[in-house]
Design a binder for this molecule. Structure first.
Ligand code: TSB
Ligand code: ZN
Length: 639
């Protein structure tokens, strides 16, 4: 019998009779978690037979591609349940998404919460029956006829967009759906399901077409995994910076101003100012020079820099005034380069470190905008370091140490390093110069090795001008985003003809490091709100202390306490309202104020305050002077 050679991902290899199914190979492993396979890179059903030599890689729920299949099959199960409960429902599309899946239906009215419960219960029943999921090939004409007689107008329209003949369908338990697959071997693989929400969705995302009803859901191989996910989801909702930003009066998003252009309210602006002062002080101590440069520049500047060729789709369109054509800057580098060029530099002056809390504007697609985490108008804790090639590694290492120091102060514990490299095939996104990229990537790896840091490499994530180290910080849902970045750039110095005069009195070309430590203040704020669930540590809290007079006659003393605290640099408020003390305490707690000082007759006579802290509750009375000293120390410690 003819044989095919199979290579497995673990390096082993074996021969099998042609036509052996992947399921038979999977069975040999004794494993029970294999739900599908990748054959020469393409995902396949386990029922598929091996027709030729191939590389086989098993897929489980642990793999992103495996989860996709798992959730896709659950979407089919959802459609089957809806079809059974609402026989008149028309099916549209049902893909897996990043977290779970959805399916769009036309049932002529929105689904109710009771509907969802019933559908979910039916899905569980169907899964219990553990029906095999089979791929079938249907002649195109038969599919067209079936859709017509079944009134499946959406499916019919989808079919028009496909040229396959035959087309593939997946069938389980009498229910079938047109689909490329692959899918799970049987419905019994789906152990725990939750339908999460519903929403209206236009057919094909087109507001002129039919309004469909979308059901979102998620599923897992165990009830424990589902429970853990739901708990995390609850926690994420509780910490959501958009919700807390509103409740704690930190920032606002206003339609009249524009999408992705948040307004910082006084309390949020206070936290921001603390961060700004903190980072500027640190940087000045490390030899950075802070500058101010405008948010606009002549388009020409970005033609020289290469932004125009490689970054234009993220830029706002140019505007004409007089004889100039201006754009909102998407990055601050060209301005800082012009500052470097403003005077001559000798090898002795280098490194020159130019820093700015620089405003930048990027056209981010509206679908990716999210509160403060991803915006269109932002301020970056930016700096550009101009150094000699022999200084590059040291400079890079000091930036990484600065990042580590800042994370320590901010309380970031969970983070990892991503070395972001170019995709050499993508000539549109990355400037083309192999030697330059090789050198920069080599330098980057060398510095990471010198630092002794472990990192993950990511192809295609570099900047257009060079590779970078991105520091990835996970949010509550475990998704990570880039906070800090350190980028090595041999390109812009070339484009702008940058020079320094060397020891040999000859002009030489400096290297640039672009770096952001606390990211944009917007993204940092989003992270801090979620990390602390709005309860900022004392040094960052917008209102560090609130003084609560018991009655109106204690207001004067409350004001004196406030003055004393303010005099020591502490941000203190007074609740001058006429409500009872219990109510005032609850209000201060809702706003997550770290310390409440209740003052009445006794406190006034003895020049004391009754201390309540956010964490420990009632802490008893303390002399005002002693409490003030304690707080000043606690703030300085950034605990
Ligand atoms: C570091 N030229 C460099 C700079 O010198 C630069 O702009 N790098 S960047 O493009 O990677 O952006 C720097 C940081 O800004 C990112 O690491 C990220 O933390 C933050 N950032 C980028 N886009 C957004 C956005 N749309 N909203 C909020 N923060 C953003
Ligand atoms: Zn830059």
């Amino acid at each position: 019998m003819e044989q095919v050679a199979v290579k497995f991902a673990d390096g082993s290899a074996r021969r099998y009779p042609r036509g052996t199914t992947l399921a038979a190979l999977a069975a040999e492993t004794g494993r029970r978690d294999i739900l599908a396979a990748r054959v020469d890179g393409a995902p396949r059903d386990l029922a598929a037979p091996l027709e030729r030599d191939a590389a086989v890689e098993w897929l489980t729920f642990g793999d992103p591609a495996g989860r996709e299949i798992y959730w896709h099959s659950t979407a089919h199960l959802l459609a089957q349940a809806v079809r059974e409960l609402f026989p008149q429902a028309k099916l549209a599309i049902g893909p897996p998404i990043e977290d779970g899946f959805y399916y769009d239906f036309d049932i002529g009215r929105p689904f109710t919460p009771e509907d969802l419960e019933a559908i979910e219960a039916r899905m569980r029943e169907l899964a219990k029956r553990d029906e095999p999921i089979e791929r079938i090939a249907v002649r195109r004409n038969d599919a067209v006829r079936a859709f017509q007689s079944g009134g499946e107008t959406y499916k019919a329209e989808l079919l028009e967009g496909i040229s396959d003949d035959p087309v593939s369908f997946y069938r389980q338990d009498g229910f079938q759906d047109m689909c490329r697959g692959p899918h799970l071997p049987s419905t019994g693989w789906i152990k725990a399901v939750k339908l999460l929400s519903t929403s209206g969705a236009y057919w094909r995302g087109d507001e002129h077409r039919e309004m469909l009803q979308r059901i979102y859901g998620i599923s897992f191989p165990t009830q424990e995994a589902l429970d853990a996910y739901l708990a995390r989801l609850e926690e994420a909702k509780r910490r959501d910076h958009r919700k807390l930003g509103r409740e704690l009066q930190l920032f606002a998003s206003v339609e009249e101003v524009g999408q992705g252009l948040p307004l910082w309210l006084p309390r949020g602006a206070t936290v921001r100012r603390v961060l700004e002062r903190y980072i500027i002080d640190l940087e000045e101590g490390l030899g950075y020079h802070h500058v101010h440069t405008p948010d606009l520049a002549n388009t020409q500047l970005y033609k020289i820099s290469g932004h125009w060729d490689h970054y234009r789709e993220n830029m706002y369109p140019p505007m004409k005034v007089d004889n100039e054509e201006l754009v909102l800057r998407p990055m601050n580098c060209p301005h800082h380069i012009m500052i470097y060029k403003n005077r001559q530099h000798s090898y002795r002056d280098l490194p020159v470190r130019i820093a700015e809390l620089g405003n930048m504007y990027r056209y981010e697609r509206s679908g990716v905008l999210s509160g403060l985490a991803r915006v269109r108008g932002m301020t970056l804790n930016d700096a550009h370091i101009f150094c000699r090639p022999d200084q590059l590694t040291d400079e890079f290492m000091s930036v990484v140490r600065l990042i580590q120091r800042v994370y320590e102060d901010l309380g970031f514990r969970d983070y990892w390093y991503r070395v972001s490299l170019r995709d050499p095939a993508d000539r549109a996104k990355f400037v083309h110069n192999d030697a330059m990229w090789d050198l920069a990537e080599h330098k980057l790896r060398e510095a990471m090795t010198a630092l002794g840091l472990r990192f993950v490499e990511a192809r295609g994530e570099a900047s257009f001008y060079g590779p970078k180290l991105d520091v990835q910080v996970p949010n509550v849902m475990g998704k990570d985003e880039t906070i800090s970045t350190v980028q090595i750039d041999f390109y812009l110095p070339e484009r702008f003809g940058l020079e320094y005069i060397g020891e040999d009195s000859q002009p030489h070309r400096p290297v640039m490091i672009h770096r952001g430590v606390i990211s944009t203040l917007e993204r940092m704020m989003a992270f801090l709100i979620e990390l602390y669930a709005g309860a900022f540590p004392l040094w960052l809290a917008p209102e560090q202390v609130r003084v609560l007079p018991i009655a109106d006659r204690h207001l004067a003393y409350a004001r004196r306490v406030q003055e004393t605290l303010r005099g020591a640099g502490i941000r203190a408020g007074v609740d001058a309202g006429s409500e009872r003390t219990g109510h005032k305490i609850r209000e201060a707690q809702l706003m997550k104020v770290p310390y409440m000082l209740v003052v009445g007759n006794r406190e006034e006579e003895q020049e004391t305050v009754a201390v309540r802290s956010r964490g420990a509750g009632d802490e008893g009375a303390a002399p005002l002077a002693a409490f003030t000293d304690r707080l000043v120390r606690e703030i300085a410690s950034r605990r």
